[in-house]
Ligand binder design. Structure first.
Ligand code: C2O
Ligand code: CU
Ligand code: CU
Length: 419
């Protein structure tokens, strides 16, 4: 059965990274000094992963966005891998093509582990996506873009505790795919960017020089039903967007810059390329949108507070307590509100493990056009109520939380059981 099995080894390890001239920075990564290579799964395969912890402390390996059976494979707080130890997981990859990610999730040290570098892209491939006219030549016209920010202290080192902020640690320096001031050589008319907000707290308000238009083709859980073209895109923590950028109006020697607000984060250097106009169909894929199970309950999630006060439904996370339950096979409504003040209160990105959901509404209105696909993380603005439709493929205990990682570590997290 080797044609249906795929084997991987992921080692969490310590290393050193040359971010800046001078001293290297002490960092962590997956089979790498910092971050790691994109892990590629194929739908329909049986996946075996050996998880190894070569770090001096306990960590976990969380597959953010993967529909997996139960908390041990999911890799949240329930699945510690102790220093020097390893564990084996296996599961069927049974979800649509998407850009997901792997990150450490040892509560309450998730934020520090991610800050040190324990995050990497995960791509699921399938036949449906493969039949669409998207760029998919990895590293040439299809690239991951992991958006992070960091602060460098003496000798170019991170100092998480010195930078600590209960509302999320930020740094002044954009670090994109683990690189400061990165550039990309454009050798094809179109380039597909798999954007991931891998920052602990920062939102990215993305736009290109010349207000160049781009087309979003996928969100967290996979391809959108229809492509959406615009000039500005906001990503909140843990959200992904796949976009296609068309450089057809540029000539060799030109440069195009990707900004977040007014900070340049990535430069595209235009080279010679063959003309290849983008021709996307109006309809890309059928996104599942099952009916809500009649007479099922509506789950309430109230995200409140800032600083140490953050809470979910007025409570702090407790691993001994199951906060909510949903029956396998049911499609139920979860109603998420952010009680923060509309002026000055923080946005909370709401995330659920073990599933991809559909957004029903924002304050009673239709979701944004680029929110019509599957999602696992949704930004909930201050004063906003977001309704989502949630269903599962597997039983088990999973977590839901704010994905500002310091809020999550600060207890703005709960767990629910699918039975
Ligand atoms: Cu991105 Cu609980 O995780
Ligand atoms: Cu997750
Ligand atoms: Cu939050």
């Amino acid at each position: 059965e080797t044609d249906t099995d795929m084997y991987y080894t992921v080692i969490a390890q310590a290393g050193e990274t040359q971010f800046l001239p001078g001293a290297k920075t002490k960092t962590w990564g997956y089979n790498a000094n910092y971050l790691g290579q994109t892990i590629i799964f194929k739908k329909g395969k049986h996946i075996h992963v050996t998880l190894k912890n070569e770090l001096p402390e306990l960590t976990t390996f969380h597959w953010h966005g993967l529909n997996v059976p139960g908390p041990i494979i999911d890799g949240g707080c329930h699945a510690p891998v102790y220093p020097g130890e390893s564990s084996e997981i296996e599961f069927d990859c049974d979800q649509p093509a998407a850009t997901l990610w792997l990150h450490a999730h040892p509560c309450p040290s998730t934020a520090q582990h991610v800050w040190k570098g324990l995050a990497t892209g995960v791509v699921v491939q399938d036949d449906v996506e493969a039949a669409l006219p998207f760029p998919r030549n990895y590293g040439v016209d299809d690239i991951p873009v992991i958006l992070q920010d960091r602060k460098f202290h003496d000798d170019n080192q991170f100092d998480y505790m010195a930078d600590y902020d209960p509302d999320g640690v930020q740094g002044p320096t954009p670090v994109i795919n683990g690189t400061i001031n990165p550039y990309f050589d454009v050798t094809t008319q179109q380039v597909r960017l798999r954007l991931l907000d891998g920052a602990n707290r920062r939102e990215w308000r993305l736009h290109f020089s010349d207000d160049l238009e781009f087309t979003q083709i996928a969100s967290d859980g996979g391809v959108l039903p229809e492509p959406v073209t615009f000039t500005h895109l906001m990503l909140t923590c843990a959200e992904r967007a796949e976009i296609i950028v068309d450089f057809g109006n540029y000539k060799p020697g030109d440069e195009v810059t990707l900004y977040s607000d007014d900070i340049a984060i990535l430069t595209f250097k235009i080279h010679e390329f063959a003309s290849n106009p983008l021709n996307l169909p109006d309809h890309l894929v059928d996104v599942p949108d099952p009916e809500v199970t009649p007479n099922s309950q509506t789950h309430k999630v109230v995200m409140s507070g800032m600083d140490e006060e953050v809470a979910l439904n007025g409570r702090k996370f407790d691993m001994q307590r199951i906060d909510d339950r949903q029956q396998l096979g049911n499609v139920e409504v979860w109603d998420i509100t952010n009680t923060n003040d509309m002026d000055g209160g923080m946005l909370h990105p709401y995330h659920m493990h073990g599933t991809q959901f559909k957004i029903i509404s924002r304050n009673g209105h239709a979701p944004y056009p680029n929110e019509m696909g599957l999602k696992d993380t949704v930004s909930v603005n201050p004063g906003e109520e977001v309704k989502i439709k949630v269903w599962f493929n597997h039983t088990g205990v999973f977590m839901n939380h704010c994905h500002i990682i310091e809020h999550e570590d600060g207890g703005m997290m709960a767990q629910f059981e699918i039975f």
